[in-house]
Design a protein around this ligand. Structure first.
Ligand SMILES: Cc1cc2nc3c(=O)[nH]c(=O)nc-3n(C[C@H](O)[C@H](O)[C@H](O)COP(=O)(O)O)c2cc1C
Length: 605
């Protein structure tokens, strides 16, 4: 994301509508005045807009068929709007504010003491407060019991193969039965009928943990969902805070003003008083229902699975409520900007635990759980591996499938610099570390859900105590340089099923070449891996990556997205001496993959 500075930002919005007004005053909202359908049409507009340069504008759909509520989408979806949403002119400012707090060491003199006390007191002003006025805006209109009808809300059916309409920007409030603390998390909700939805909290998330507490106690779990809050509050529900820390404190800290909450009418929970909509209800322990498929932020459909059922006992809303939604899909889309905020905000916190970290970057193609590149100051042997292990043990960083560590002098946010390091340095024998651990629920590459192979790549300079990398001189470009067309001909002579190839021009100790292959039940990854190693003309290429034949190999974002998403580093890496073949194709039973391989999300299907 570009470092562009945002001018005339506003630090605090009381609610969603103030944020929309602000964006509109900056010419950053497109109003769609013609009537549109919440079935695929709003998402088609949104898909198109979010793929325009720099994320396009926020969209306000004024007339939605069958509903009296307007819909806003893509409100966070650009480098400028995410900064405006969080009241900063650069996302690193959020981290800088956290860093200041973390650096408040023990006072060395009276002056510092008073500074510390006043900073601590200042923090408490960001804690959530009770809305004291009699009629909170979110309860201007109240529907309870039989009046509850979710179909009045213009919930989007986002993608053609989705299992139904999904609430995509819900702030789900729950309370721990053990500690009594409230949690806010964002978990999508599929509308089942007029008063029930799915509750898609992944097994690793706090909402799911609290649900387990109620299951053990065989008690009904109260749940409240706010949709359409001020942007800092919406963002906070997505932030990976440690369990037990109220996301509303983070929201208050970001917006420099507390979140005002009000009690729900039918459940014992508190929600942001200025929300556009609130759904109140409960989840019964043990009751589950099939949810999905859903076109997810991975760019693939996440599969049908059993999740708890949310029973809605009340819908309350503002008189002229605006429904807020997002569309996720193959990156970059709106959620990338929310995740970028998390990346920048959490850097100082990670640094406080791992002081060697200088910076890090989650490439969008890695959809956040698949790869992170970390630059680190290295002082002793094994420090890169120690860092990887540490990160794999930290909260939602534990979902990360691949961690690449580079020297502190390398900018991890510069893809060319990282590629250069990879090509110049990687010793296939000794720099690649494969272990097993937790995987994100949305990882589809592993043979089984939730648990599987992870890869660490250590590209740092070796220090005394670490064995040297094998000496390889820079490989010369072969005398007959392979062009994509020549490659097909060369390889095609001796190996069936190669349909295209694309050598990368970057010179170095490693040379990379991509292949498009036509897999069949008889010709799996193993067939190509063995066959390619025997082709004489390819002997100078020691890293070969296989893609399904329809993949455009010159599209760097596409090939990275497929590589990061489709590869199980244990099953799909073929290593022999200094050669590595990686199978980034879809997998099937021939490769021991018996789950259903997910479909790519496409708007026209
Ligand atoms: C648009 C959007 C949709 C999300 N949907 C889900 C979801 O359906 N299930 C889930 O477990 N996490 C989802 N997440 C990620 C969680 O909100 C995030 O991991 C958050 O930290 C969870 O909070 P918790 O740790 O308090 O449970 C979503 C994030 C965004 C930005």
């Amino acid at each position: 994301m570009g470092p562009g500075r945002v001018i005339c930002m506003k630090t605090c919005y009381n609610n969603l509508r103030e944020f929309i007004e602000f964006l509109e005053s900056k010419g950053d909202v497109k109003r769609i005045r013609t009537e549109v359908s919440s079935y695929l049409e709003i998402s088609r507009f949104t898909d198109h807009e979010s793929k325009s340069p720099d994320g396009g504008k926020a969209l306000l759909f004024e007339k939605v068929r069958g509903s009296s509520f307007p819909v806003v989408t893509n409100a966070f979806g650009s480098p400028r709007r995410i900064c405006q949403a969080l009241g900063v002119d650069h996302l690193d400012q959020l981290g800088e504010r956290i860093e200041k707090l973390l650096n408040m060491g023990p006072p060395e003199n009276i002056r510092q003491f008073f500074h510390l006390v006043s900073s601590g007191l200042a923090m408490t002003q960001f804690f959530p407060r009770r809305h004291r006025k009699p009629h909170p805006p979110c309860q201007e209109v109240v529907h309870t019991g039989k009046e509850v009808d979710l179909s009045t809300i213009p919930v989007l059916h986002c993608w053609p193969l989705d299992g139904g309409p999904f609430v995509t920007l819900p702030l789900v409030f729950t309370r721990s039965l053990v500690t009594g603390k409230q949690n806010a998390g964002m978990y999508r909700m599929q509308i089942f009928d007029r008063n029930t939805t799915g509750m898609h909290w992944h097994i690793h998330k706090d909402g799911s943990h609290y649900y387990n507490e109620y299951c053990r106690a065989k008690k009904r779990m109260p749940v409240a969902v706010a949709v359409g809050t001020d942007p800092a509050t919406t963002y906070a529900a997505t932030a990976p805070l440690p369990r037990g820390i109220d996301e509303m404190i983070l929201a208050g800290f970001i917006r420099q003003k507390p979140v005002y909450r009000t009690r729900c009418l039918t459940v014992d929970l508190e929600v942001p008083a200025e929300a556009e909509f609130v759904l109140e209800g409960y989840v019964d322990p043990g009751e589950t229902r099939a949810e999905g498929p859903f076109g997810d932020h991975t760019g693939y459909y996440s599969p049908v699975d059993l999740y708890p059922v949310f029973h809605v006992t009340a819908i309350t809303h503002r008189r002229d409520a605006i429904y807020s939604a997002t569309l996720v899909g193959r990156p970059p889309m709106e959620d990338c900007y929310l995740a970028k905020a998390t990346e920048r905000l959490f850097l100082p916190l990670l640094k406080s635990m791992f002081p060697e970290i200088r910076d890090y970057w989650f490439p969008w193609e890695g959809v956040f759980h698949n790869i992170v590149i970390v630059s680190a100051e290295k002082e002793y042997p094994g420090q890169a591996q120690k860092l990887m292990s540490g990160l794999w043990g930290q909260g939602q960083m534990s979902f990360c499938k691949a961690i690449v560590v580079v020297d502190e002098a390398v900018d991890p946010k510069n893809p060319r610099a990282v590629l250069r390091e990879l090509i110049r340095r990687t010793d296939i024998d000794s720099d690649i570390w494969i272990i097993r651990g937790v995987l994100d629920v949305l990882d589809h590459s592993a043979a089984n859900p939730l648990f599987g192979a992870k890869i660490g790549i250590d590209l740092t300079t070796r220090v005394p105590g670490e064995p040297d990398r094998k000496k390889h001189t820079d490989v010369q470009i072969p005398s007959v340089s392979l062009s994509p067309v020549q490659g097909i001909e060369l390889a095609g002579r001796s190996l069936k099923g190669i349909v295209s190839c694309y050598p990368l021009d970057e010179p170095g100790k490693n040379r990379i070449i991509l292949f498009g292959v036509d897999k069949t039940p008889e010709r799996g990854g193993d067939y190509f891996a063995r066959g390619l190693q025997e082709i004489k003309e390819l002997e100078n290429y020691n890293i070969m990556i296989l893609y399904d034949k329809e993949i455009e190999l010159s599209d760097s974002s596409l090939v990275l997205w497929k590589l990061f998403n489709n590869v199980d580093p244990e099953r799909d890496f073929y290593r022999k001496e200094n050669r590595l073949i990686v199978d980034a194709c879809r997998k099937g039973p021939a490769e021991g993959y018996t789950r259903k391989w997910p479909d790519d999300i496409l708007m026209e299907q």
